[in-house]
Design a protein around this ligand. Sequence first.
Ligand code: VG1
Ligand code: CO
Length: 542
Amino acid sequence: MKQTVETKPFSDQKPGTSGLRKKVPVFQQEHYAENFIQSVFDSLEGFEGQTLVVGGDGRFLNREVIGKVIAMAAANGFGRAVVGQGGILSTPATSNVIRKRKAFGGFILSASHNPGGPNEDFGIKYNIGNGGPAPEKITDAIFARSKVIGKYYTTDLGVLDLDTLGEREVDGFVIEVIDPVKDYAELMESLFDFGAIQGMFRSGFRMSFDAMHAVTGPYAKEILERRLGAPEGTARNFVPLEDFGGHHPDPNLVYAKDLYDELMGPDAPDFGAASDGDGDRNLIIGRGIFVTPSDSLALLAANAHLAPGYRQGLKGIARSMPTSGAADRVAEKLGVGIYETPTGWKFFGNLLDAGLATICGEESAGTGSDHVREKDGLWAVLLWLNVLAARGQSVKDIVSEHWRTYGRNYYSRHDYEGVETEAANRLVDGLRAKLDTLPGPKINGLTVSAADDFAYHDPVDGSTSKNQGIRILFEGGSRVVFRLSGTGTSGATLRVYIERYEPDPAKHDIETQAALADLIQAAEEVANIKELTGRNIPTVIT
Ligand code: VG1
Ligand code: CO
């Protein structure tokens, strides 16, 4: 029986870079999740009788909120919910299911790389029918709706069994529980040369994959070990846990340090990789070499034609603005378009739908292609494996060769986490106010050639997104970018992105922070980071 529940709006339901993310206790407030879910439905049209996909990364509250989404979908008039067994569906797998089933859209319950558990983070994200994150037009409408919402609709579907595969019907509404891995594994088989990768494993190639107790565990077990024949134990921490074992499921050099140490150690395997909470990020480490995500994007774009799914070449490459320009050089050489978008995967959707780009990436360990409309951690790992199998060289050799051909974009991101929101805003406002005066005079001996607040003009739908990050460009192609994170749940995180281009192969082996030292100092001088944030050093350096 459909019920109408009276509710009052919450003022803080503005979706960030990737959905609504809050601490679990915030989501546990009465009506909080329901208000947001109803605000999504109220911002959409034409879903009567349609299919909605629902899944999550298995974190604390996952099952509970899945139950709410399904009951509310039924009450709002959807005809069918497709849900991953056990409530599990990685972000890229959800995108694939939405596309394959021609669903109206889907909910992804995840706070991605943020920690999980009763006092940690939870998140809700809505994806549209192309399988990608809702564009700004819709997220703005959701936020506007959430501020005035007065009621939501739900219904009692009884106890939901999310663990048994198959279809069930309750009052004319169909709930279908699917294997979360199968469709995705088939898609991967259609893109990559599994035979060649199997051969590489047979001949003794060794790999370590860290699923970080998050959603990619079951995917990695099935694809790497069962379908590709990698030895058992190749995938580790492969059981998704509600609190990710108490760790941050963030595949960077800080939270995946064990993997890094292993790859730098004496008995290092050939290849190391990890993914994040919801399976859309990737960390790539070769024996003795960490590949920065920006370089990984460029390398994958330059070598994609070696995989069957990309044999016909790329239509174009897209990267987020703070991502290094390494991919631009590849696009130039390939003679294809390069697009620079704001941070967040939602901006790639139009380019992919319009056939302007094939491969996209972000400096934050996100890479993907037009096979789905989300970034895809295991996809990147498999493309790397395919390239390694096809070229028969080590990661290190492939990377050095790439730098010799294109030059090296030294790159690093410095994060200042948990900064007081007011102080962070003051810092960015301060920079914004002096943008016009920056070009000309030197900062720490470097000449500024241009400075702006990045605005994106979507070439497909003509929309404009302003205030997407402060860019300070120096003569010679170096730059420093400042922006505030839109995925945190407490305080503010200041991100400082630093990049320098080095064409000379004799200078490609400098330690990254040393290679960027003068720019790091310039960033401090221009933004007064220490004084304004009260921090002497960044919390995380990637
Ligand atoms: C961060 C990254 C961004 C990424 C976003 C979502 O956003 O910088 O590149 O798209 O997370 O990724 P922000 O606003 O905190 O910088 V995920 O894997 O957390 O969905
Ligand atoms: Co993620």
